[in-house]
Design a protein around this ligand. Sequence first.
Ligand code: FES
Length: 104
Amino acid sequence: MGNKKFLLNVKDIQDNSAKGISLDGEYYLVIKLGGKIYVYEDRCSHQDMPISENYEIEGEKIICMWHGAEFDIKTGKNVSMPAPAPIKKLPIEIDQNGDVFLIS
Ligand code: FES
């Protein structure tokens, strides 16, 4: 069985927004879109900047406003330059209380 790390409750983030969470020296990008939670490493694939500190959400894309790279919120896939690669999606589990855990 893997490890579970508590990140936040689904109520701690507004819909159609993102939030940065620092935990055990790692930085996570949590996005809530249409009531669903997605978690990524909070590091843009362009220049490693924290997306949670400078972003916009447009439809199903999150835009890293440091230089304009766009990513698909559901998959992390890079959908515009200057992002050379996807952002890394992380596995999560949500319990019946709405607590979101990272699974490793
Ligand atoms: S660091 Fe995200 S677009 Fe450059």
